[in-house]
Design a protein around this ligand. Sequence first.
Ligand code: MLT
Length: 259
Amino acid sequence: MQTSRRGLSYRDIGTGIPIVWVHGFPLNGGIFDAQGSIRGARHIMPDLRGFGSTPPSGTELTVDDYARDVLDLADELAIERAVFAGLSMGGYVVFAIARHAPRRFLGAILLDTRETADADAAREQRYKLAARVRENGVAVLADEMLPKLLSRQTHERNAPLVERVRDIVMQTSTDGAVAALHALAQRPDSSVTLSQLPVPTAIVVGKDDVITPPADAERMLRLSPHASIHVIEDGGHLANMENPAAVNADIEEFVSSLQ
Ligand code: MLT
């Protein structure tokens, strides 16, 4: 792990086309361990503020704050253009990066995410969850989210992976989780951003994702002029961890098509 000037912990692995991997909530760059072996690419894997090894900073963050942190890291590493890959909340951050700096994109990878904003009821739920996390800590998130982050088959057949994801969730700081719930609740609709993304885009979704199901991916595909869709068998919301062989094969092919 290295630390950026702005205090972001990150890994920098391999050589080739840079891919900046932005994790989901309430997770960290560790969810992309298996993607580090994708060939032909240099993998930059940060922990966003308040997640994993990066300390929290700020109480009511927005997706733009995370986007600026990621762009600053790219600047620091002298990466002018990259493939930006975001899983779920990471996808919301990638949309924010696209609003700020569309010219920095060589391509985009949108994993288990969606372009829409929260409806009012979902936003209310985020604030209620933030209050519970503030009171009882991030174990609340593990209990609440773990059943949905992984598919039923994974829960039945892959106990070590369930434990690994629980560990990753528990590495999140309370302040970081509360600040991120604010960012999730306040994120804007990104339909226009997606429809104007000027680069090849891979949309990857676990067939059994119950948080951002394949219907969300298909809607993004219809909006996106340069996209392909990759539906992953035996995968839920964290399809990249549940079926890394299938996800890596599709991404390796996508990356080689950019060369
Ligand atoms: C995530 O995985 O980042 C979250 O589930 C996203 C969300 O709740 O919208």
